[in-house]
Design a protein around this ligand. Structure first.
Ligand code: SF4
Length: 332
């Protein structure tokens, strides 16, 4: 690998090479994709221009399923670091690229594996279920991984007397606890994006749009979820807005999902739930680190690449495969 890139990658997290301004970036990315037999997987929280050129757009469960079955040689993951790691765990022989290595996740960061390992030691007879939004190392410490689409069903699939630790998201854990009536031991982690919604601004918005339905992601805090007409994963929320007859929705999750909602239902109105700051909508700063330019350079130079130790891959595969098996059996 070129030494300059090594320096750039450690300092910046992405390939910072000037791009000829006269090229059509979208056309070039599509050409490189064919030439390298690459596939672009994008999360719903990516910028709309990245979503529009992705081969597959989805939430964590859908993206994991795609990563497990792709026959491409190269996977470019337009998302955050733990998602690209999940793709590498499921497709270890493929080259997995992430446009910006610094695209992290506050929720994943809220659960350092060495501290979780000590926490786990306190509950030796508990099964460990971790939300997919965590590091590969944390997955390697888990028995089953879940996503926000299947967390409730995965807990329900276990015997009623099975003791369970749930991490790292305390809000999703509390939601699962409420839905299943199970007593879970929760790790105290959270996502900065889903804990920033302003009750006051939300109240004002609901008065302004009294007929709008309020839909929320289960990573939101309990007092926000308590008011929701629908609670679900990003793909669940998207499906709900397509099938439901209402014409206006206030959406409490990362605002990137509004692009697909608007594309799927062009005659409906989607309003992002307001955060507790000066912004009008709620962006994940980690997700938004990926840009078309970084994506182009990443595909062109095939860097930055996700590399994981073989033993972590082997140990992290089991809980993810267990999740995929349970989800397939339940038809999720
Ligand atoms: S929205 Fe929250 S959970 Fe998702 S990547 Fe951003 S910080 Fe992590």
């Amino acid at each position: 690998m070129n030494t300059t890139f090594e320096n750039d990658l450690s300092a910046k997290g992405y390939i910072d090479v000037a791009i000829d301004p006269s090229i059509d970036l979208v056309a070039e990315i599509n050409r490189l994709k064919k030439e390298k037999n690459a596939v672009i997987l994008a999360h719903y929280y990516q910028e709309s221009e990245i979503q529009d050129l992705a081969d597959y757009i989805g939430d964590s469960l859908g993206l994991s399923q795609q990563a497990a079955k792709t026959d491409a040689d190269v996977i470019v993951f337009a998302g955050v670091h733990f998602m690209a790691e999940t793709a590498k765990i499921l497709s270890p022989s493929k080259k997995v690229l992430l446009p910006d290595l610094k695209a992290g996740c506050s929720l994943s960061d809220s659960c350092p594996p060495h501290l979780f390992a000590k926490f786990k030691e306190k509950y030796p007879d508990h099964l460990v279920i971790t939300y997919v939004n965590c590091t590969a190392e944390l997955k390697a410490l888990s028995d089953i991984v879940c996503t926000s689409s299947n967390a409730v069903q995965i807990v329900e699939s276990l015997p009623a007397d099975q003791k369970i630790i749930f991490g790292p998201d305390r809000n999703l854990g509390a939601y699962v606890q409420k839905k299943t009536g199970r007593d879970l031991v929760l790790w105290n982690g959270a996502c900065m994006v889903h804990e920033i919604f302003s009750q006051e601004k939300l109240d004002a918005l609901r008065l302004e749009y009294p007929h709008a339905k309020f839909i929320a992601h289960p990573e939101c805090e309990d007092h926000i979820l308590a008011q929701a007409d629908y609670i679900g994963s990003t793909s669940g929320m998207l499906k709900f807005t397509i099938e439901d007859p209402t014409d206006t929705y206030i959406v409490a999750t990362e605002s990137g999902i509004l692009h697909q909602m608007q594309k799927s239902s062009p005659n409906k109105t989607f309003i992002p739930a307001p955060p507790n700051n000066l912004c009008a909508c709620n962006d994940c700063p980690h997700m938004k680190l990926n840009t078309l330019e970084k994506l182009y350079n990443c595909l062109y130079f095939e860097q930055p690449e996700i590399v994981l130790p073989a033993d972590i891959i082997a140990r992290a595969q089991k809980p993810i495969e267990r999740m995929l098996d349970i989800s397939a059996k339940l038809g999720l």
